[in-house]
Design a binder for this molecule. Structure first.
Ligand SMILES: Nc1nc2c(ncn2[C@@H]2O[C@H](COP(=O)(O)OP(=O)(O)OP(=O)(O)O)[C@@H](O)[C@H]2O)c(=O)[nH]1
Ligand SMILES: Nc1nc2c(ncn2[C@@H]2O[C@H](COP(=O)(O)OP(=O)(O)OP(=O)(O)O)[C@@H](O)[C@H]2O)c(=O)[nH]1
Ligand SMILES: [Mg+2]
Ligand SMILES: [Mg+2]
Lengths: 292, 287
């Protein structure tokens, strides 16, 4: 029932015999509603819809393309302009160790995601290891340990460890020595108001010389997405984004803000609680879900 | 449309934008603006120059009324009173905590246990999340730090409802004042998990079903609270992670959707980071 408004607007647009300003304006209004309900940043929604309205009213239809096809392509192009047009893989060099650190707001899904990523690459023949550098959350090590065990992935961490920086450094050293190619480091949750924790995150990243920092974004995140992602990016350069909980009803618009704030591509999405519920990011599917 | 109506529409449109930027869900923002347009604006608007100010004041009042459930025939919900009431009848008060994954249910239960202990009540926790990795150890550690017992039953893979039942039986036998039931996070779109939750509620027969929502959630807060309410009936909510600079609009989305009060807000990860819900604080955030 979310997309019915946008669907009707698209149909009206298709049936219009010429570019009627009223029909386009009606369509743009429905597009705004769809994007707002998808949690896309309010400013961005108006920016995008203004551009689309202008283009829809001024651009000439290329030959062989219907009005509807052209407008659909326009909306899709504008959205993928921000998100990226194709899927960007997580790159690494076989035989060399790449250190990947996961950061994000409390409860966004980092620990589960670390295990998902490790298993994803292990299945593809990559030697992967997990490091639990969350020394704050009760049961954090047990959680990652149980997930690692379930997938047969080696894990470095201690019960009741106190110092995340030195623990992470030791874990990395051990895995590097063992010739591990992808080492995923789980960290404690934190948000933009916790300046001390943002500093700690920076210290961990520097101490382990992280090659890539993944910002884990909760698919239900609303208008706070831009500000939060920006704060993380200012503390440690974000290399890529992982969007979780897209198996629910959230449309993931917050992820667009995270991309805009960090300039980092979304590489994977989480589609469930189980360790196998991970998929490479698929721009067309994501945009389709966004529009309802 | 008259000039007054046009300026009213514009003022309302601008203020609706304020709601949206403050994380109020689109459907909730629409509903709120529609309601004040129908009921209150017509009479108040006299002098054209003051339209923006008048609309803003009316909207602010409306938001305040929604958050405090003004005009609803509900008596103020008080955790302590409910516990005392139940204990008079020789039973422990039972509170079940539900919500989607990662919103802060387990941590909130620890905070509530700490809060009740400080008020002199005895508490036992039911570890009814038998699915998620590390959930049992997480709750056990919180229980140990707060100084309360946790009933784990068969642990991982065992029946969640049975653990809640055991905890209540344990509390009844020992005259423990309150039972806090922790449940696994679940997506409101997962029918099997929603059915499992219904079973836990049926067996536990709680005095309060408490929805735990993340203050950083956007439009999904409407769907979450609505579906959970349809499934088991929410009595009240707790909104977590306010300290993350949450704009507060999520409170409005939830309350306007299920018409049930917010009891507490979570303001951090420590046991003391739990505060009584203050509608005025939210009104000030938004306006
Ligand atoms: N449905 C669903 N649940 C998910 C997904 N990813 C993670 N979760 C769940 O979300 C909850 C939080 O996940 P965690 O991995 O503990 O999150 P976290 O970011 O490590 O949390 P902190 O360490 O406390 O900051 C758990 O119940 C996970 O099972 C997903 O893609 N879909
Ligand atoms: N900053 C902040 N963090 C919070 C608050 N409440 C909970 N958290 C954190 O959020 C994360 C998730 O909390 P949990 O208690 O595990 O959440 P949950 O709902 O039980 O998660 P699942 O059981 O996996 O669905 C933890 O890191 C908590 O410390 C809060 O009010 N503020
Ligand atoms: Mg974690
Ligand atoms: Mg929990």
């Amino acid at each position: 029932k979310l997309s019915s408004g946008l669907k009707r607007a698209f149909e009206k647009l298709t049936r219009a015999s010429f570019v009627d300003e009223k029909v386009v304006k009606e369509f743009v209004l429905e597009l705004q509603r769809a994007l707002l309900q998808a949690d896309v940043n309010v400013e961005l929604v108006f920016e995008l819809s203004e551009r689309i309205e202008k283009r829809a009213l001024s651009e000439k239809l290329p030959p062989g393309v219907t009005r509807r096809q052209y407008i659909v392509k326009m909306v899709y192009d504008e959205l993928t302009e921000v998100l990226g047009k194709k899927s960007v893989p997580l790159e690494f060099s076989p035989g060399k160790s790449k250190i990947i650190m996961l950061v994000g707001i409390q409860g966004s899904g980092k620990t589960t995601t670390a295990a998902k990523l490790a298993r994803y690459f292990k299945k593809r023949g990559v030697k992967t290891g997990l490091v639990c550098a969350d020394t704050f959350r009760p049961g954090a090590f047990e959680q990652l340990n149980q997930l690692a065990d379930s997938a047969g992935i080696p894990i470095y961490g201690h019960l009741d460890a106190k110092k995340p920086v030195s623990l992470a450094r030791k874990g990395i050293a051990q895995f590097k020595q063992g010739g591990y190619e992808l080492i995923f480091v789980d960290t404690a949750g934190r948000h933009k108001e916790e300046k001390g924790l943002l500093r700690e995150m920076k210290n961990i990243a520097n101490a382990i010389k992280a090659d890539e920092i993944i910002l884990v974004i909760d698919g239900t995140l609303g208008q706070q997405a831009y500000a939060q992602a920006k704060a993380f990016h200012e503390a440690t350069e974000i290399g890529s984004i992982f969007v979780t909980k897209l198996d629910g009803s959230a449309r993931g618009g917050g992820a667009i803000s995270a991309v805009a704030a960090t300039g980092a591509p979304i590489k994977f999405v989480g589609t469930g609680e189980k360790i196998e519920d991970i998929e490479p990011f698929n721009p067309p599917r994501f945009v389709g879900r966004l529009l309802g | 449309k008259t000039l007054t109506e046009k300026r009213l529409d514009k003022a309302l449109k601008d203020l609706r934008l304020t709601l949206l930027q403050n994380d109020v869900a689109l459907i909730a923002a629409d509903k709120i603006c529609e309601n004040i347009k129908e009921e209150q604006l017509g009479e108040k608007v006299g002098r054209l120059e003051n339209i923006q100010k008048i609309v803003s004041e009316v909207l602010e009042d409306s938001v305040r009324n929604i958050l405090t459930l003004e005009g609803q025939q509900q008596e103020k919900m008080d955790l302590i009173e409910i516990i005392q009431e139940q204990n008079k009848n020789g039973a422990p008060a039972v509170f079940v905590f539900v919500g989607i994954n990662g919103t802060g249910k387990t941590t909130t239960i620890a905070k509530i246990a700490h809060f009740l202990k400080q008020k002199g009540f005895s508490v036992v926790m039911a570890a009814s999340d038998t699915f998620r990795a590390g959930s049992q150890e997480q709750l056990a550690k919180h229980a140990k730090r707060v100084g309360v017992k946790v009933i784990k039953g068969g642990g991982y893979g065992s029946d969640s409802a049975a653990i809640a039942y055991d905890a209540i039986a344990h509390a009844t036998a020992r005259s423990i004042n309150a039972v806090l039931v922790d449940t696994a996070g679940r997506m409101q779109t997962n029918k099997n998990l929603m059915d499992e939750m219904k079973k836990i509620v049926r067996v536990a027969n709680p005095d309060l079903i408490i929805f735990v929502g993340d203050a950083l959630a956007g439009n999904d807060a409407v769907s979450q609270s609505e579906e959970f309410n349809n499934a088991v009936g929410i009595d009240c909510s707790i909104l977590t992670k306010i300290d993350a600079d949450a704009r507060g609009g999520t409170a409005l989305s939830i309350v306007s959707t299920i018409q049930k009060p917010i009891l507490f807000v979570g303001t951090g990860q420590g046991y003391d980071d739990l505060e009584a819900f203050d509608a005025e604080w939210f009104v000030e955030r938004i306006f």
